[in-house]
Design a protein around this ligand. Structure first.
Ligand code: SF4
Length: 62
């Protein structure tokens, strides 16, 4: 499963990293980035939880 973050929507709040720091990381540009691509099966549930928690719906997966 592949996750992506829409940089136009990400506000840099850090919620995704707090929910699933194995997949989402805040970087120097103050935005979240996907650091596992593709996301391993054992992390998919946590990554989806982060996606659902993002307040701006910036995260999507395919
Ligand atoms: S939760 Fe959403 S808005 Fe907040 S840092 Fe992550 S991707 Fe960006």
């Amino acid at each position: 499963m592949k996750f992506k973050i829409d940089e136009e929507l990400c506000t840099g709040c850090g919620v995704c990293e707090s929910v699933c720091d194995e997949v989402f990381e805040m970087q120097d540009d103050a935005l979240a980035h996907v650091i596992k691509d593709p996301v391993p099966a054992d992390l998919e549930d946590d990554a989806i939880s982060a996606e659902e928690t993002c307040p701006t719906e910036a995260i999507s997966h395919e």
